[in-house]
Design a protein around this ligand. Sequence first.
Ligand code: SF4
Length: 474
Amino acid sequence: MAEEFPFEISPMFEGERIRKDGMFVELAGPKAVGFELVSATDMDEVEDGKFTLIGPDISEMEEGARYPFAMTYKIAGELVEADLESIVERRNHEFQNYIQGMMHLNQRDDIWVRIGKDAIEKGLTSFEQVAKAIMMLFKNELPFIEKVEAVYYTDEAEINKEIESIRDIYTGRDERTRNLHDEDVDTFYGCSLCASFAPTSVCVITPDRIALCGAINWFDGRAAAKVDPEGPQFAIPKGDVIDAESGEYTGVNEVAEKLSSGEYDRIRLHSFLEYPHTSCGCFEVVGYYIPEVDGIGWVDRDFTGTAPNGLQFSTMAGQTGGGKQVVGFLGIGVQYFRSPKFIQADGGWDRVVWMPKMLKDKVSEDIPDYIRDKIATEEDVTDVESLRNFLKDKDHPILERWEEEEEVEKEASAAPQAEFTAPQAGFTASQMQMPTNFAPSAPMVGGGGGNGGVKVILKNAKMSVDRIIIKKLD
Ligand code: SF4
């Protein structure tokens, strides 16, 4: 069937990046409005295969320009139910990337699409060609879809007319898991859609932890696994509870070992610093540890500025993604801020010290009252030093950790000092895959002692040391 299209369609084009110089047009993204939505509908309300475009078509677009863009699909079938909408929406992301010369990033009202010049040269002239290919893939790959109809929008006024009601639909989906918690179920769900570009990624979806792409919640995972047990979403029996606080379960660990081909055999679902969830690259928000204040900052895709650690979202996303368990960075979905188990193993909200203003406003209702004003934004601080001062002024709960640290340091200074030569080789920090720019200025305190000695304080570190050499210095 693919021969009728002027482009190739294959999973091998997933991961294809279209850079600015190879781009014909950009659709939606950070600087233009957009969304994607799938709606489960009655059979008689769908005209199978029909496509409608509201706004200018590709052939009418100016090379190098940016346009608003929205995609909606109505799906129907005997097994189609509302819980499947998010799952099919996520497959729109996957299938758009199957098309040679198209790049689709993110989800919901955050989508970012580029069409490459090569695709235009090969004969792509209309969104109808794209929509027909996607509808074909929906019906081929998701047999529960019996009928599908698509409406695409490139007219900004029309998109703006729809977008608030579309956002209400996303919110309604997210609200469903509010009263359901990890302890209430005996099955979690996994998703392998991102394994193609992040092979060791282990994506676990629980009632208290939405997928890090923000697109799939526990109900969505359950519906997808039920209707297509061989598909990318699958059940994960929880097994026994190893530690409820950090969210460690035997069932999740077994799946982690299998999916990561043995690279990881432990995942703590609600931990930031120890055995954290892997991060594939689709995360909506990146968390980053700030050792100077022993706190955690969060930065989302929409923030184009620089975080107090001097890094931008894109740099930190590069450190975080790839399906690794990176201690010091963590990718999450925005809805995870609303979870009562939000990084509870590491102090939850008491550990949060910085967020971009827009993100903070977005989740403001879910930030506990006592700490809301104590979390800095780019309007309050510009670097780690000003962050430290802000936290002191606001009497942020993180100060208690500083006091504990000072106590430990005092005790360490009072203890008899032994000369210590750190091993030059064979020094491995298992589970501590520190990013290259992970500045350990707070945990490693230099210059201690009056005669040039160095005091090393390692917190939350697990290490294996092959050899320690203790030498008497002349
Ligand atoms: S982030 Fe997870 S849930 Fe979302 S598409 Fe990727 S693998 Fe699936």
